[in-house]
Ligand binder design. Structure first.
Ligand code: ATP
Length: 292
C-alpha cells in the first residue's frame, strides 16, 4: 500500500480507539471492530484439520488496515494453523477468508501473495544456499520494477543494517535472529498490504526478541503495513499489537484491544505471570499454562 518510502519515525500511537457503539453495530461481543472500519482481513467460522485432527474450530477474527493484530495461545493451540489457512497453505474444511473485500478461501498460495498477503512462517525458512541479497530478490519475484526493488533493498538494510554487512554471505550462515530479520525483510520486498508473522520470537534471546518486535512496530507505523502475528510470548505480543485474540484448543476464547487485554485478571495471571491476590482461589478458565 504505502511502498517502502522511509519517513521520520513517528511516535508509536496508543492502541486504536474503540467506537462506543461497537457492540451495537454488530461487531463481536467485546469487539473494537465497528461496521464502518476498514477491515483488510476477516475470517468467519473457519475450521481446518490435519486428517482427523481438528486444529481450529469456528475461528472468526478481523484485522483492520494499518493495525497490528495478534493471536496469542500456548503450544499447539492452533496459531500456525490459522496463518496457514489464511495464506492458502492449508485449505479449511469450513468457513471463509476475506482479504481486501475478496474471498480468498483455499486459493493458491502464489495467487494470495500476488494479492498482497505474505506469510513469514515459523522457523524462518530462508534459502540457506542463496546469499542474503538473493534471498531478498526472491521476495520481490512478483515485481518487475527493478529500480524500485533496488531502492527497497536499501530500505530494508536501513531497518536491519546487519543484513547489509552480510549481504554476500549465504543465508544459512546467519544466526537465528539474523535469519528472522531476513525472513521479515524478504516479506517486505513483495510490498505487501498484510504480513502474517508466525512466532517471530521463537528461539531468540529476550534482547533480540525485543529488537525484532521494535522493528516490526516501526515498519507498521512508518509504512502502514498491516500485520497479523501469532505468538506464545504474550508479553511481547500485547505490547506490540493493537488488537488481540486469545486462542485455546483451536477456539477464540477472548478478544479485545491489547491495552484492555493487558489489564484483565486472566491474562495477567496466566499469560503474563503476574499473580494477584484478588484472583487467588477463584476457579478460572485455565489454571495450568505453559506461557512465557
Ligand atoms: P506451536 O507454537 O507449537 O506451533 P500452534 O498454536 O501454532 O503451536 P499448530 O501448529 O497450529 O499450533 O497446531 C494445532 C494442532 O494441530 C496441534 O494439536 C498440532 O499437534 C496439530 N498439527 C499441527 N500440524 C500438524 C500436522 N502437520 N499434522 C498433524 N497434526 C498437526
Amino acid at each position: 500500500m504505502t511502498g517502502l518510502a522511509m519517513t521520520t519515525p513517528a511516535p508509536v500511537p496508543q492502541a486504536l480507539a474503540v467506537p462506543a457503539d461497537a457492540d451495537a453495530a454488530g461487531a463481536s461481543a467485546v469487539g473494537a471492530h465497528g461496521v464502518n472500519e476498514d477491515i483488510l482481513l476477516s475470517l468467519a467460522n473457519v475450521e481446518s484439520a490435519y486428517g482427523p485432527i481438528k486444529a481450529i474450530r469456528g475461528v472468526s477474527l478481523k484485522v483492520r488496515r494499518g493495525e497490528i493484530g495478534a493471536v496469542l495461545g500456548s503450544n499447539g493451540a492452533g496459531k500456525s494453523t490459522i496463518l496457514k489457512t489464511i495464506s492458502g497453505v492449508l485449505d479449511p474444511t469450513r468457513g471463509t477468508v476475506m482479504f481486501k473485500g475478496e474471498d480468498i478461501t483455499a486459493r493458491d498460495p502464489a495467487d494470495i501473495v500476488r494479492r498482497g498477503l505474505v506469510h513469514v512462517p515459523e522457523g524462518r525458512e530462508v534459502f540457506p544456499l542463496l546469499s542474503v541479497k538473493d534471498n531478498l530478490l526472491m521476495g520481490a519475484y512478483t515485481r518487475s520494477d527493478r529500480d524500485g526493488v533496488a531502492r527497497d533493498i536499501e530500505q530494508v538494510y536501513g531497518y536491519f543494517p546487519i543484513l547489509r554487512e552480510r549481504q554476500a554471505q549465504n543465508a544459512g550462515l546467519l544466526s537465528g535472529g539474523q535469519q528472522q530479520m531476513l525472513s521479515i525483510s524478504r516479506a517486505l520486498m513483495a510490498r505487501p498490504d498484510l504480513i502474517l508473522l508466525d512466532e517471530p520470537s521463537l528461539g531468540l534471546s529476550p534482547k533480540l526478541t525485543k529488537e525484532i518486535f521494535e522493528i516490526v512496530v516501526r515498519i507498521n507505523r512508518e509504512r502502514g503495513t498491516t500485520m497479523l502475528l501469532v505468538e506464545q510470548n504474550a508479553n511481547m505480543a500485547l505490547n506490540a499489537a493493537d488488537y488481540g485474540y486469545v486462542l485455546e484448543n483451536g477456539r477464540i476464547v477472548m478478544e479485545d484491544r491489547c491495552d484492555v487485554l493487558r489489564e484483565k485478571d486472566d491474562i495477567r495471571e496466566f499469560y503474563l505471570g503476574m499473580k494477584e491476590t484478588g484472583v487467588r482461589g477463584e476457579r478460572r478458565w485455565k489454571k495450568k499454562k505453559t506461557w512465557r
